[in-house]
Design a protein around this ligand. Structure first.
Ligand code: AMP
Ligand code: ZN
Length: 136
């Protein structure tokens, strides 16, 4: 995609703070980090979101996530980390090139990534299980 900024970054056409690179991915530091060390895994090929990326490459992205966090935890060091992947504007996706967020967490960092738990009603459970099962 010629007008996609993450295509350009992933393929080295725009400079980035690169932590790691292999045949399929570039891992960069996020320019608007949620916490110190916030990184993004970018595939070099363009896929809009999780439904678009081939299974094999999505699996490789998880392997890259494991490799980077294993190095990042002791190197920073951080106390934990979130692996986050947003799909669609309602879910917070702002760049429509598949990417995985690796967000180091620190005790009391107040990064605001977690949600307030609600309650699963009997009605919702029945409706969702029925509809989701039928769709799978
Ligand atoms: P999302 O909201 O899930 O689509 O995530 C997009 C992320 O990309 C945000 O965390 C931005 O801070 C980050 N971002 C946007 N442009 C750049 C860029 N040029 N270099 C590095 N990170 C970027
Ligand atoms: Zn792209």
């Amino acid at each position: 995609m010629s007008d996609c900024i993450f295509c350009k970054i992933a393929n080295g056409e725009i400079p980035s703070s690169t932590l790691y690179e292999d045949e399929n991915f570039r891992v960069i530091l996020d320019l608007g980090p949620a916490t110190k060390g916030h990184a993004l895994i970018l595939p070099k090929a363009h896929y809009a979101d999780l439904t678009d990326i081939p299974d094999e490459l999505a699996g490789k992205a998880v392997s890259v996530a494991k490799k980077v966090v294993k190095a990042m935890i002791p190197a920073l060091p951080c106390d934990g980390y979130n692996v986050v992947q947003n799909n669609g504007p309602a879910a917070g996706q702002t760049v429509f090139h598949y990417h995985v967020h690796l967000i180091p967490r620190y005790e009391n960092d107040h990064a605001g990534i977690l949600w307030k738990p609600g309650t699963l009603s009997d009605e919702d459970r029945e409706e969702i299980l029925k509809k989701a099962s039928a769709a799978l």
